[in-house]
Design a protein around this ligand. Structure first.
Ligand code: 5GP
Length: 225
């Protein structure tokens, strides 16, 4: 075993090589109330190299939601214009409202080797998978039980009862899309789920196909042997 002082010394002498890589699209979907938004926030807070994709939506802002941070709030005319101009990478109608992903920030981020986190539904996940199959990492979050899902939806207290009822009714059909995802996290303990989500991110970043600078690095390495 080496002491941490020795480790630091070695790190100074041998700085980690910077190998260029393409960013990935980290998609998190779940039925409403499974805890995906909290999970996404924790992943963003824990890792500086992943940023949130801020969607455009026609739904009204909930109390506490900020325009440009949680969503870009837009009316139907503006949304349609963005869609028609090809400014949306994907879009879907969810619970009587329209949601879409602005294209430009996502393309810029992955070009720069930054990862992008998406809180989008299965329709969006399907569209991104078709458009950028090599770039997506899809994670589906399940609640540990139906009771937990209902409790979470009610305790959120942001939506009126009829909206909560609608979301409960939609949960079963949303959940039916779980086989379309690469990973499934059952969100019993938030801490465990955050650890799992970060472990997936770490492993996916190490995939050879994403490490665009690997050939150059290995070539340099071999010339030194
Ligand atoms: P909420 O209204 O609760 O914020 O979101 C409702 C649903 O819409 C959630 O399942 C959320 O993941 C999804 N959603 C949010 N933004 C987008 C988006 O840009 N595209 C798609 N396809 N779904 C989205």
């Amino acid at each position: 075993m080496t002491s941490s002082a020795e480790n630091n010394l070695n790190a100074d002498e041998h700085p980690e090589p910077q190998i260029a890589r393409r960013g990935l699209l980290y998609i998190v979907s779940s039925p409403s109330g499974a805890g995906k938004t909290t999970l996404a926030r924790r992943v963003l807070a824990a890792d500086a190299n992943i940023e949130m994709s801020v969607s455009v939506t026609t739904r009204a802002a909930r109390p506490g939601e900020r325009d440009g941070v949680d969503y870009h709030f837009a009316d139907r005319t503006k949304f349609e214009a963005m869609k028609d101009q090809g400014d949306l990478l994907e879009w879907a109608r969810v619970f009587d409202n329209y949601y879409g992903t602005p294209r430009e920030p996502v393309e810029a981020a992955i070009r720069d080797g930054k990862d992008v986190l998406f809180d989008i539904d299965w329709q969006g996940a399907q569209q991104l998978s078709e458009k950028m199959p090599g770039d997506v990492v899809r994670v589906f979050v399940l609640p540990p039980s139906g009771h937990v899902l209902e409790d979470r939806l009610k305790s959120r207290a942001q939506d009126p009862p009829d909206v909560v009822a609608k979301r409960m009714a939609a949960a079963s059909s949303e959940i039916s899309h779980w086989p379309e995802y690469d990973y499934v996290i059952v969100n019993t303990s938030l801490e465990q789920s955050v650890a799992s989500a970060l472990a997936i991110l770490t492993a996916e970043r190490l995939k050879r196909a994403r490490l665009l600078g690997l050939s150059d690095f290995v070539r340099t390495l071999q010339t030194a042997l």
